[in-house]
Ligand binder design. Sequence first.
Ligand SMILES: [Ca+2]
Ligand SMILES: [Ca+2]
Length: 181
Amino acid sequence: MWHNRQLSTLTAAMAALTATTMLTAPAAQADGENFRDRAGDAPAVIDVLDVRVQNFQRVVVTARYDDLVDGRSGGWTVYVDTNKRRVGPEFGVSGGLSTGTDYSVYRVRHWKYLSGPRSCPLDMNVNYRRDTSTFTISRRCLDRPGSIRVAVVGGKSARDGSWIKDWAPRRHRFYDWVARG
Ligand SMILES: [Ca+2]
Ligand SMILES: [Ca+2]
């Protein structure tokens, strides 16, 4: 009995540890699909180098940049295609790349936001040492999809107020589909 209780406590502790790890350090996990983007096609602070997609109990998308710098890197958006029969992404997830900035998920049609932010569990983490930004998205935010594919955009404002962007893989193009794991 004592042994059982100790075991269940240990199991609960491990489950909590796993959940924390998934929310804060998905880049350290081996699972998921990895995709590349060209280096040197944008300023280093928003130059996307690779994108990792994990389509599991949560959808976790991580972008790695050449040189993420707090306060200088602008923002990023992950477009998520969840429906093959409808052209373009169904959802967009956007956030700032500086400490303390906001982030939200929106419905998208023809690469444009349809409405205000959805109310659903979403988390964002930016790691300046690893030069990564990560969205951890509940399946509910994406209407519980099967396979998904993503496009990622890093962006920052130029001196003249226009936006400089790095589309990964290319403007209005997606990486390959990632099956529900
Ligand atoms: Ca790039
Ligand atoms: Ca679609």
